[in-house]
Design a protein around this ligand. Structure first.
Ligand code: TRP
Length: 452
């Protein structure tokens, strides 16, 4: 093990940083709109199944590789099977990370703008329809949305320059619990609205006739995206774990907290959608059109909305940091770049991609590839293709390639922790068979080669 590498110092820091990576716009923005487009309850059930049977096992696989090698994604594979083609696979993750950062930072830029509007009171006193128009005008304004995207990426850069412990661990430790609390308050508020029942039954009552190939593929993509898995990001974070960190337990904690936050976001959004008579199928703009109206229902809307957008901003930041870190660790350790240069290179690539994505809602809205704008295309290619391919790779690699002693040492934290067979056997079964096979099946269904 290399002693000069950074490590997370505190136990809660490990959880907070990994949960910080997992909990982000994926839960509060992407989950509600994906569930909305894909029929609510049916999507939720498929999503939870994917998290349990595919997501958490692949998280464990990434943790094993990262903590066992204390290296970046490409370095880890090179170290275990030097000189084989497999060491190039994690580069797909690096590609996925910049594609995701491209569209993610656009949405994070919207959050910054909404934060500004919340604090200055510009968000108060409009009708739900007016909020819809406001959002449309804002995102189609090329200057505003591009500037917000760039601003966000520069903030991301500033934190990353300071390194893993100082930058990431502290922020995550304080802010994640706060975000959770405030979400609960908003959920209670939404549940008290007229017509809340309709929203709740949309989210929790599955209508199985709504399950189509695209719903299944969407649910798997959402599980990967939301858990931050398949990209080598959790592998990179696990390389900063110490030798005692319990990997399997942490993987379940992340799965549980991440799913809980997504469900809370659904409980916050859907009752409001139905009570304002809006459409659940609005897509990426759903949350941004509904949230301001939700705040109007609370006393002191300026205070609540500002607090919410500040926390959402930090939740996005802890996620983008983790994605950038995957890339930066690779640049630093594989290309022998300085951390400063690597961070600058990552930011530069993301700014180019981010600007292209932000224009997808305005001047470049008619520029489409396979019927998708760049924003949608980046999202689709990364979440529905690259992350699942990464998932197949990491699970097969840990299930079939690494040696037994390495695996056992990691699962038991070098003999520090006990690993009951009741947990180990099903977990290894999922890593070896269930996860890779189900991902392949879902791909075949998505491509229309297999139908049900
Ligand atoms: N999971 C984060 C979210 O829900 C986004 C994210 C961070 C991510 N790191 C990742 C997605 C790695 C895929 C892979 O917002």
């Amino acid at each position: 093990m290399k002693n000069d590498r950074a490590q997370f110092v505190t136990k809660t820091g490990v959880i907070a940083a990994t949960v910080g990576s997992a909990v982000g716009l994926g839960n509060i923005w992407r989950f509600p709109f994906e569930a909305g487009v894909h029929g609510g309850g049916a999507f939720l059930i498929l999503y939870v199944i994917c998290v349990l049977l595919i997501g958490v096992p692949v998280v464990v696989a990434e943790f094993v590789l990262g903590r066992g090698t204390h290296a970046n994604a490409k370095g880890a594979i090179s170290q275990l099977v030097p000189g084989t083609w497999m060491r190039w696979m994690p580069l797909l993750g690096v590609l996925a990370s910049v594609l995701i950062l491209g569209f993610y930072s656009v949405v994070a830029g919207w959050i910054l703008a909404y934060l500004y509007m919340a604090v200055t009171g510009m968000m108060s006193g409009h009708t739900p329809q007016e909020y819809g128009t406001m959002f449309g005008e804002f995102v189609s304004n090329p200057w505003l949305s591009t500037m917000c995207t760039i601003l966000f990426l520069l903030i991301n850069y500033t934190v990353l320059r300071r390194g893993v412990q100082k930058g990431i661990e502290k922020i995550a430790n304080i802010l994640m619990p706060l975000l959770f609390l405030i979400l609960v308050v908003f959920c209670v508020n939404s549940l008290l609205m007229d017509g809340a029942g309709k929203g709740i039954s949309f989210l929790f009552n599955p209508d199985f006739s709504k399950i189509t190939p695209s719903v299944v593929v969407g649910a798997m993509g959402q599980a990967f995206f939301s858990l931050s898995v398949g990209l080598g990001c959790l592998l990179t974070y696990a390389s900063y774990f110490n030798d005692k960190t319990p990997l399997v337990k942490n993987a379940f904690t992340i799965g549980a907290l991440d799913t809980l936050v997504a469900i809370l976001a659904g409980v916050m959004i859907f009752p409001a959608v139905f009570s304002f008579g809006m459409s659940a199928e609005a897509g990426p703009k759903l949350v941004f059109e509904i949230l301001p109206s939700i705040f109007q229902h609370l006393p002191m809307p300026i205070l609540w909305s500002s607090a919410f957008f500040i926390l959402l901003f930090f939740a996005s930041l802890t996620s983008t940091i983790s994605m950038s870190e995957t890339c930066i660790a690779c640049f630093v350790e594989e290309l022998k770049m300085s951390r400063k240069k690597a961070t600058m290179l990552n930011t530069a690539i993301c700014i180019v991609l981010g600007v292209l994505c932000s224009l997808s809602f305005g001047v470049m809205s008619s520029f489409t590839i396979c019927g998708k704008t760049l924003f949608d295309l980046f999202d689709f290619v990364s979440s529905s293709i690259l992350l699942p391919v990464g998932g197949i790779f990491f699970s097969l690699f840990v299930g079939w390639v690494v040696d037994k002693k390495f695996l056992d040492d990691q699962l038991t934290s070098n003999g520090e922790g006990k690993m009951s067979n009741w947990v180990k056997m099903p977990m290894m079964f999922c890593i070896r068979f269930v996860a890779p096979i189900s991902i392949v099946l879902i791909f075949l269904v998505g491509l229309g080669i297999l139908s049900f």
